[in-house]
Design a protein around this ligand. Structure first.
Ligand SMILES: Cc1cc2nc3c(=O)[nH]c(=O)nc-3n(C[C@H](O)[C@H](O)[C@H](O)COP(=O)(O)O)c2cc1C
Length: 162
């Protein structure tokens, strides 16, 4: 209920253990057939992180983040490849929640299904052709605590029928 996107980070570094906890939460996500069709690339190189806002129109915050995790989909590891994006979405949300629980800030930077972003990330971070750069999660300590948003809309809930 209190998770929000965080796009302003302090300069405080994020330790390896917290990054690992976030990765564990991602890999704990539900997936179709329990395929777990994901790999993750941890990016700490300032040079790469600073390039990302130049190739993605809504990723300016990455230049401030001490670390970012590229969530990659692996259709070849899935018995049901049509679900890979859905599975990676579940992993991504788990990671955002884990980051929040650790007091970190994070945001889902969308890559899939935009072809131009896919191509740009492949240029920057070489990955095998069959791997899908799905989403980027910059991580850092929030400059200010996120403000809770109440989005519950009772009129969107139906009982027994639409
Ligand atoms: C598929 C997807 C793609 C997104 N892409 C971006 C993005 O490229 N840049 C960004 O700043 N936020 C991105 N977001 C974050 C949304 O803007 C954000 O979740 C939404 O405005 C709700 O705000 P909240 O996360 O604070 O609750 C994305 C979210 C999703 C689910």
């Amino acid at each position: 209920m209190t998770r929000r996107s965080v796009r302003k980070f302090s300069t405080k570094p994020v330790n390896e253990k917290d990054v690992e906890t976030v990765l564990k939460a991602g890999m704990q996500a539900p997936s179709a057939n329990n395929n777990q069709p994901w790999h993750f690339i941890v990016l700490r190189s300032r040079q790469i992180l600073d390039e990302i806002p130049k190739v993605h129109p809504y990723a300016a915050m990455v230049a401030e983040a001490p670390v970012a995790i590229l969530v990659c989909g692996v259709p070849t590891e899935a018995r049901t490849p049509a679900y890979v994006a859905v599975d990676c979405s579940a992993a991504t949300e788990n990671m955002l929640l884990a980051a929040h629980a650790l007091g970190l800030g994070a945001v889902w930077v969308g890559i899939y299904p935009r072809e131009e972003r896919d191509a740009a990330f492949r240029k920057l971070i070489p990955i095998p052709d069959e791997i899908i750069p799905f989403a980027l999660i910059p991580l850092g300590y929030p400059q200010e605590p996120p403000v809770q948003a109440d989005r519950y809309r009772p009129e969107r809930v139906h009982q027994e029928q639409w």
